[in-house]
Design a protein around this ligand. Structure first.
Ligand code: ADP
Ligand code: 5GP
Length: 197
C-alpha cells in the first residue's frame, strides 16, 4: 500500500478511539485529507476551532474556524471555554470545549485537527485520546506544499517551517504516523483508525 506509518500497517485498536487528534506540520495536508474524508463520510464530526488568524479567501466563519478578535480569545481562555489552546506562528487557536464534550457524551466520534502543543494538552487531559501524526513524504515536499498553497507571505512561511522542524521531531510522541503521499489513501487509513469504515 502507498501509505505506511513508518513501515507497518496501522492496526485499529480494540476499543474504538472516540477522540482522535490529527496533527502534523503546516502544509502537510491535514485540511485536504479531512475534507476528502468528510466528503464521503459527512457523519465524521470535526471540531471547529476558534482562531485570531484572519480568514483566507473562501474560509467561512463557523465552518472552517470561528474567527475571533484578540479580546474574544482572551475571554474564551479566561472563562475556561477551551479544551486546549496554543499560539502558532503568531496567532492563537483553541478548541471549544462544550461542543466536543457534548459529542463524546452522546457516544459519537470526534476529530480534532490541531497543532502539536494542542495535541500534548489533549493527551494530558483526555487519556483515551488517539493521537495521529500526519507526516510529509519528505522535507522538500513539505516546503513545496506550504509554498505552493500560496496563502501565506514568505515571512509567515518561514515561521511555519520553523515550527514544522519542532513538530516533525515530536512524531514519536504520537500513537500512529500516516505519511501523506496520497490523499485518498490517508483518508481511508484515518477512517479505519476512527472505526468509521
Ligand atoms: P495543512 O492543513 O496541513 O496546513 P493543506 O491541507 O492546506 O495543509 O495542504 C497544503 C497544500 O498541499 C495544499 O495546496 C494541498 O492541495 C496540497 N496537498 C495536500 N495533500 C497533498 C498530497 N497528498 N499530494 C500533493 N499535494 C497535497
Ligand atoms: P492554519 O492557520 O494553517 O489553519 O493552522 C495552523 C495550525 O494551527 C495547524 O497546525 C492547525 O492544525 C492548528 N490548529 C487549528 N486549530 C487549532 C486549535 O484549536 N488548537 C490548536 N492547538 N491548534 C490548532
Amino acid at each position: 500500500m502507498a501509505v505506511t506509518p513508518r513501515g507497518t500497517t496501522p492496526e485499529p485498536p480494540d476499543a474504538r478511539p472516540r477522540l482522535t487528534v490529527l496533527s502534523g506540520p503546516s502544509g502537510v495536508g491535514k485540511s485536504t485529507v479531512v475534507a476528502h474524508m468528510r466528503k464521503e463520510h459527512p457523519e465524521v464530526w470535526l471540531s471547529v476551532s476558534a482562531t485570531t488568524r484572519k480568514p483566507r479567501p473562501g474560509e467561512q466563519h463557523g465552518v472552517h474556524y470561528f474567527f475571533v478578535t484578540d479580546e474574544e480569545m482572551d475571554k474564551l481562555i479566561a472563562n475556561g471555554e477551551l479544551l486546549e489552546w496554543a499560539e502558532f506562528a503568531g496567532n492563537r487557536y483553541g478548541t471549544p470545549r462544550a461542543a466536543v464534550l457534548e459529542r463524546l457524551d452522546a457516544g459519537e466520534s470526534v476529530l480534532l485537527e490541531i497543532d502539536l502543543q494542542g495535541a500534548r494538552q489533549v493527551r494530558e487531559s483526555m487519556a483515551e485520546a488517539h493521537l495521529v501524526f500526519l507526516a510529509p513524504p519528505s522535507w522538500e515536499e513539505l516546503v513545496r506544499r506550504l509554498t505552493g498553497r500560496g496563502t501565506e507571505p514568505p515571512e509567515v512561511i518561514e515561521r511555519r517551517l520553523d515550527a514544522a522542524k519542532i513538530e516533525l521531531a515530536a512524531e514519536p510522541e504520537f500513537d500512529v504516523t500516516l505519511v501523506n503521499t496520497s490523499v485518498e489513501d490517508v483518508a481511508r487509513e484515518l477512517l479505519a483508525l476512527m472505526d468509521v469504515v
